[in-house]
Design a protein around this ligand. Structure first.
Ligand code: ZN
Ligand code: ZN
Length: 283
């Protein structure tokens, strides 16, 4: 096993919220000495079907999927032998079968090198927006336990998703944005729901992401240290580091701190997914 720098969940301007162009992101990653650089542009078919139904307004553009894969595959070739550019995608999980079928089609058409399966929305509405935390009509804030348990059940269904994916992204996402005085999701209070998720990730051989893009949150990473510790105690060993960078400056953000945390817990390697293979990289 060898030591390499990795960052396997990033975005560029192909994503609706990306800031730096793909070429600049890749160039910066190489300048920072990264060996495995994963690009995972947003594919938000969860939002797309909600827009088509009129459940939400179409406020943001969607990733040009064909354009992205075309450009990224070219960059992958250009960097061959210099840096492993992994051409992936971050899929927004939803229970909606129409969106799931669209994800299956995308996977067939583009054979992504890896996929991050993430939850951003509840019924197509982003946890970022605040709406999932309120009663209909936004008269009052829903009980935190009700919202978080509902979210964790949704995460469990995303782990069981009926399409190929490699990584479960940023568990605890609502804690970044929830309108509660205490937004935390302590393991002890949600142990049953969190354990169900972790056990399923391990049983399916999936990778649990440690996401360092959580400046708006209440912990350094998503998921937080307690959940990573519990995953380790349950026998989980497959973890990926991701900056979730949307601009060049954030590539590999807090990587040293994250790796130190993982080592303290007992992890000895990171896992990098590539074309169905899970590569172990020593830390
Ligand atoms: Zn995400
Ligand atoms: Zn992301």
């Amino acid at each position: 096993m060898a030591t390499f720098l990795t960052d396997v969940h990033t975005h560029s301007t192909y994503s609706p919220d990306g800031v730096s162009p793909l070429e600049e992101m890749v160039k910066t990653a190489q300048a920072k000495g990264i060996a495995f650089y994963g690009v995972s542009e947003h594919v938000n078919y969860d939002m797309l079907v909600a827009e088509q139904d009129g459940r939400i307004y179409a406020t943001e553009r969607h990733t040009d999927v064909d354009g992205y894969f075309h450009a990224a595959r070219h960059l992958q070739e250009d960097y061959a032998g210099v840096m492993n550019v992994l051409v992936g995608a971050e899929l927004g999980y939803t229970d909606d079968v129409r969106a799931q079928n669209m994800y299956k089609e995308l996977i067939q058409k583009h054979s992504p090198d890896f996929i991050v399966n993430s939850i951003h929305t509840l019924g197509g509405i982003d946890y970022w927006s605040g709406d999932p935390y309120y009663t209909e009509g936004r008269e009052s804030v829903r009980d935190k336990r009700e919202v978080y348990e509902e979210y964790l059940r949704l995460v469990l269904r995303s782990v069981k998703a009926d399409y190929d994916y490699d990584i479960i992204g940023h568990i605890g996402y609502p804690t970044r944005y929830a309108p509660y005085a205490d937004r935390s999701m302590p393991y002890a209070e949600y142990a049953k729901e969190i354990d169900e998720v972790l056990v399923e990730i391990i049983a399916r051989g999936k990778i649990l992401e440690v996401n360092s893009s959580n400046d708006k949150g209440v912990s350094m990473t998503l998921p937080d240290r307690e959940i990573m510790q519990r995953y380790f105690d349950l026998g989980g060993r497959k973890v990926s580091y991701s900056s979730d960078a949307h601009d060049t400056a954030r590539i590999m953000d807090k990587r040293e701190k994250v790796v130190a945390m993982l080592k303290e817990i007992g992890f000895t390697y990171l896992t990098v997914p590539c074309k169905g293979e899970h590569i172990q990289v020593e830390i």
